[in-house]
Design a protein around this ligand. Structure first.
Ligand code: 5CA
Ligand code: ZN
Length: 412
């Protein structure tokens, strides 16, 4: 599938240091160790509605990871998926009497535009579930033959993963079984389904139903893929057996990333699937998580249509630490527009205090588990000094603009 178009990233003098990140599996901040090449897989949208500020915040988080890795001199290999076939997409298409393919294409196109406006560096591969179906079916068959998967005996053709085939199951999310059961039921799982060996066994392959699209699955029989195996297979095929970062919002900690890791590890025999499981906090509105099902959404495209500067949106989402669940407010946007204006005035000043300390300060804050509020404070302090008339280095305003562009993705 086509990705979106990237922008030129300014080259900064020197090199950034190693990036540390919080890993959900180890519950702590650790160096993201990649040597030479850094690999990242981020869970992308299910395109049944427009990009909201929660999606944007998550994409900006992993954009910072990519920017920091590049700044440290690493080659970044980044893959993102589009879940362009799944129950929520079919349900929305049915509700609106629309062709599900057209719905998915339209929302994916809008997402690409939003990503460009927000200056998110595109992934190397942007991959749909539908185009990956032959690869997924092949891997489901491997799991079936290996005894790690089983077919329900109710004539549906549905195939499940047997979580007892994953001895480390639970290491990624660190949840109790009771908590797992709750999240599983809330997030697309089917703990009550009769015939399963374990209530937490996730679906790998859904046998064809009369009213639903299906694809030939070879020895599996016709059907369509489950959700977690989609991400496991796309990541393995494009990035190799083990990746540096598996990313997404914290709503994916369980069951999605736990199950993807379990599938991948069973297929490769190598653990951990990801060196870091990195999760962005949820953006909410009026005290609730922003989600399509709740309908409390602020769309990036709506803000763009209202002539809100996408850079102000980006700054607003960077104003708090990425792991914090937080609310979107009009005040936040107003404060970010004011900050953007100050930074723009500072960047066009004839001179300022040396930019070297500013660059070092921004690098230092972001390397510490993406401390974006800290980085913004460093930039604010520098901009305030310029606006107060301090400094006589004529190159400093350009270095300031390049620093916030390259590392924070803020084009002044
Ligand atoms: N297609 C799957 C992932 S394979 C999916 O979760 N799609 S999604 O459209 O629901 O979400 C896309 C990405 O945005 C995911 O990484 C998800 O964790 C993240 N996300 C969803 N809602 C929010 C929110 N309110 N705040 C922050 N991130 C969110
Ligand atoms: Zn995913």
């Amino acid at each position: 599938m086509e990705s979106w178009v990237g922008h030129e990233v300014p080259r900064l003098p020197g090199r950034g240091g190693p990036l540390t990140l919080f890993d959900s599996a180890r519950c702590g901040v650790h160096p993201s160790q990649p040597d030479g090449t850094a690999t990242m897989y981020v869970c992308g949208i299910t395109p049944y509605d427009a990009t909201h500020l929660g999606h944007a915040a998550t994409m900006i988080t992993f954009d910072l990871v990519q920017r920091m890795w590049r700044d440290a001199g690493l080659t970044v290999r980044y893959v993102q998926n589009v879940t362009d076939i799944d129950d929520p997409l079919l349900e929305r298409a049915e509700r609106d009497s629309e062709d599900w393919v057209v719905l998915a294409m339209r929302e994916t196109a809008l997402f690409r535009e939003d990503m460009e406006a927000l200056r998110i560096i595109p992934p190397e591969h942007y991959v749909g579930a539908v185009e990956s179906i032959p690869d997924i079916a092949e891997k489901v068959l491997v799991l079936l033959k290996d005894g790690a998967a089983y077919r329900l005996e109710d004539g549906t053709g549905d195939i499940y993963f047997d979580i007892s085939a994953a001895p480390r199951f639970g290491y990624e999310s660190n949840l109790s079984r009771e908590q797992m059961l709750t999240f599983f039921a809330e997030r697309g799982g089917d703990p009550e389904r009769p015939g399963k060996r374990d209530a937490l066994d996730p679906l790998l392959w859904r046998g064809a139903r009369e009213s639903e699209p299906s694809w030939p699955g070879g020895d599996l029989g016709p059907g369509r893929p489950g959700w977690h195996i989609e991400c496991a297979v796309i990541a393995l095929n494009l990035l190799g057996d083990q990746i540096a970062v598996q990313g997404g919002g914290n709503d994916l900690i369980f069951p999605h990333h736990e199950c993807s890791a379990a599938h991948a590890e069973r297929l490769t025999g190598r653990t951990p699937f990801a060196g870091h499981y990195v999760h962005a906090g949820m953006i909410g509105l009026d005290g609730e998580k922003m989600s399509k099902s709740k309908g409390n959404l602020v769309f990036v495209s709506r803000l763009r249509a209202d002539k809100v500067d996408p850079m102000a949106v980006r700054l607003a989402l960077l104003a708090a630490h990425y792991r914090t669940d937080r609310a979107w407010t009009d005040d936040l946007l107003a404060a970010s527009s004011a900050r953007l204006d100050r930074w723009r005035r500072a960047a066009t000043a004839p001179a300022g205090p040396s930019g070297a300390a500013l660059l070092a300060g921004v690098r230092d804050r972001l390397a510490d588990d993406l401390d974006s509020p800290g980085a913004l404070a460093v930039a604010d302090e520098w901009a305030d000094r310029v606006l107060a008339g301090a400094g006589d280095d004529p190159a400093a305003p350009t270095l300031f603009a390049d620093t916030v562009d390259a590392l924070l993705g803020i084009r002044l």
